[in-house]
Design a protein around this ligand. Structure first.
Ligand code: ARG
Length: 471
């Protein structure tokens, strides 16, 4: 038994948690800084009006249509891999006829089919290529795929997710990686990870609230406070409704209800993983510390930044999107690339409904915050983003900057065009959240068409990551 595995929680049980947690911080647009489209390309099982995935029955005809399109795409782009992977297929031939016949028969018998390892890897990579919101797609081919389709229990998912984080973190040389767990099947749903990312920071009720939550100890609170100067993130939390990351307040409350005792009470306590194994109730599991690579933030020149006590995790591993390939849904398939600095410096730490640090940074820099026209927000934003890039560089942790990544993205579009493929993009997500017009991606438009395979958001999965469950 791994030491990070905890006892089963005898609680409300699988998929019965219905109390909606208030989400005052959710924003309509841009708050969900994920890679893939929110609405259009969506697993049929995840349609907002459809019953929850557990009860979903997909028409074999629909599965077949998507399967056929995918098998043909795979064959056209990787003819050799597509032939080699199919043991019973004759070599050569322009049409993937045998593989199609095999898939069709399997769908008729079972309502679904099993991808070959080559199909799975191709599907996961092309789903990245098709992520219209992602600026980092130049390297879509380099995505490494861990095929863990045989894993469906929560303990196995946590163990493999921790290993995913170690491999992806790679002591700083971040590797784009996906781990694919058991898919949804017609008669039974696959496992689910409720967290939005494998690593996220807790958001406890702040201000007058209990700091680390009802389960937190007085010692933990005292420890967390000790040594934190008046300029610290601790102190900043005092007058805020949430201590830590407000985005994760709902999931934090749910974890505490399930029996998680809370972390030490810092603004950057790593949340446990909340996992629903196949046919198992929801349970919480602490991540082993060696799986969580983090960077402490300091400014390249300004003194006193250590007092802020800022840090961020190195690997952005999205855990609640469904990988949808050729009519098959893989609801638990955590994947990561590497960070672009502005995701942390211009959003996670700066948004007023996240860590909201600009006023305090402006104070520290001695800027005039009484007038918008001093551009104190803009100046604080630049220095915060310099601190993020500098600190990741200092620790040798891979991170892109928005100027370089914008150029790479235009190379990606050009490369796709030269291969005769169409590439979609969503301007409002591609343009970086600071200095937009100073990057070349601002000055053009894009084809917004959604393509498959894709990483998709099921509405239920979004609700789960807020600690809710749709009824
Ligand atoms: N924007 C998200 C965050 O700040 C991460 C989304 C994925 N980003 C990536 N570079 N792969 O945590």
């Amino acid at each position: 038994m791994q030491n990070f595995l905890r006892r089963k929680v005898t609680g409300p049980g699988k998929a019965t948690i219905t109390d909606p947690f208030p989400e005052p911080h959710q924003r309509a647009r841009g708050a969900d800084t994920d890679l893939a489209p929110a609405g259009l390309a969506r697993c049929p099982a995840g349609h907002p009006d459809a019953p929850p995935p557990q009860d979903a029955r997909r028409e074999p005809g629909e599965v077949w249509r998507e399967a056929e399109e995918f098998i043909r795409l795979h064959h056209s782009e990787e003819p050799r891999a597509s032939q080699a992977s199919c043991a019973s297929c004759a070599a050569g031939g322009a049409e993937p006829a045998r593989r199609l016949a095999q898939v069709r028969e399997e769908i008729e018998e079972t309502g679904t089919y099993r991808h070959t390892p080559e199909e799975l890897a191709f599907g996961a990579r092309v789903a990245w290529r098709n992520s219209n919101r992602c600026i980092g797609r130049l390297y879509w081919r380099s995505l490494q795929v861990r095929d863990r389709r045989h894993v469906a229990d929560a303990a196995g998912i946590v163990r493999e997710s921790a290993e995913h984080l170690r491999l992806a973190g790679n002591t700083g040389r971040i590797r784009p990686l996906i781990t694919v767990f058991a898919p949804d099947e017609p008669a039974r749903s696959g496992p689910r990870i409720w967290n939005e990312q494998l690593i996220r920071y807790a958001g406890y009720p702040g201000a007058a609230g209990a700091g680390p939550g009802s389960g937190g100890t007085a010692e933990a609170e005292a420890d967390a406070g000790a040594g934190a100067g008046s300029g610290s993130a601790e102190a900043a939390a005092e007058d805020r409704p949430v201590h830590g990351d407000p985005r994760n307040a709902g999931l934090t409350a749910l974890a505490l209800r399930l029996g998680w005792p809370g972390g030490p009470g810092s603004p950057f306590d790593v949340l446990p993983l909340l996992v629903e194994g196949r046919d198992e109730p929801l349970d919480w599991f602490e991540l082993p510390p060696d799986a969580v690579l983090e960077v402490e933030l300091e400014h390249p020149e300004a003194d006193g930044w250590a007092e802020f006590g800022l840090r961020w995790h190195a690997v952005p591993a999205i855990a609640n999107m469904c990988l949808e390939v050729g009519g098959v849904c893989y609801p638990a398939a955590p994947f990561n690339g590497w960070y672009m600095g502005t995701e942390i410096g211009a959003r996670d730490l700066a948004d007023t409904d996240r860590y909201d640090l600009l006023p305090r940074i402006a104070d520290r820099l001695g800027l005039d915050t009484t007038s918008a026209r001093s551009l104190w927000k803009d100046r604080a934003l630049v220095e915060l983003n310099r601190a993020v890039l500098h600190s990741f560089d200092r620790d040798g942790v891979t991170m892109a900057d928005h100027h370089t990544e914008s150029l790479r993205f235009l190379s990606h579009l050009e490369r796709e065009r030269s291969r005769g493929r169409k590439a979609g993009a969503d301007w409002s997500w591609i343009v970086p959240p600071m200095s937009g017009a100073a990057t070349p991606v601002f000055h053009r438009s894009y084809d917004p068409t959604e393509r498959r395979p894709a990483y998709v958001h099921h509405p239920e999965a979004r609700a789960r990551s807020r600690g809710e469950e749709l009824v």
